[in-house]
Design a protein around this ligand. Structure first.
Ligand code: COA
Length: 153
């Protein structure tokens, strides 16, 4: 297993990870509501992903095994973690923990003092265990409830 910077040619494989993870792991969040799920998946296209990978103010990382992309993470130079998704088939293998630690290191290297994120309900206990403190839940940009969190680096 390897963690590395995402490349433009990973865009389609990353989209597949995102679609499978959101659709199958985050059911408690979108509750199979077509409006929420549609909005959540709507910007997860290879074209959007290529833009994020090429964005110099954004770090995009992937965990790979042989040629397969197993997980994707993203963090802005501001310290905001924007993505952290794992394939359902490799959940609970420590992959997201490695990913979040790598995103935090990248953010710190690039000058951030704090990491922030909007957790799903699905990942809420995971982030609390990773040392994040939560604020009041709110409705997120796709219509599901999110849990704003932060951690001093
Ligand atoms: C929750 C999720 C992110 C965890 O990823 P993962 O790769 O399965 O987690 P890991 O295997 O790295 O687990 C790390 C630790 O967190 C714990 N953990 C993982 N998921 C957990 C959960 N839902 N609740 C409580 N603890 C959890 C693990 O037991 C492990 O603990 P340990 O270090 O004491 O053994 C992932 O399973 C998931 O559901 N992702 C869906 C997408 C999502 O919601 N992403 C977040 C967007 S903000």
């Amino acid at each position: 297993m390897e963690i590395r910077d995402a490349k433009l040619e990973d865009a389609a494989a990353i989209c597949e990870v995102l679609r499978q993870s959101v659709t199958n792991l985050c059911i408690g969040d979108h509750k199979n509501d077509p409006a929420i799920l549609g909005a959540w998946l709507g910007n997860k296209t290879p074209e959007t992903l290529k833009g994020w990978i090429a964005d110099p103010s954004r770090q995009m990382l992937v965990v790979t095994e042989e040629e397969d992309v197993l997980a994707v993470g993203g963090v802005l130079d501001t310290g905001e973690i924007t993505l952290n998704y794992v394939l359902p088939s490799v959940r609970m293998r420590g992959i997201s923990k490695v990913m979040v630690e790598a995103l935090e290191s990248r953010a710190k290297e690039r000058g951030a003092k704090t990491c922030t994120l909007n957790s799903t309900g699905t990942a809420r206990r995971f982030y609390l265990a990773m040392g994040y403190a939560e604020q009041e839940p709110k409705t997120g940009m796709f219509g599901a409830i999110v849990y704003p969190m932060s951690k001093l680096l």
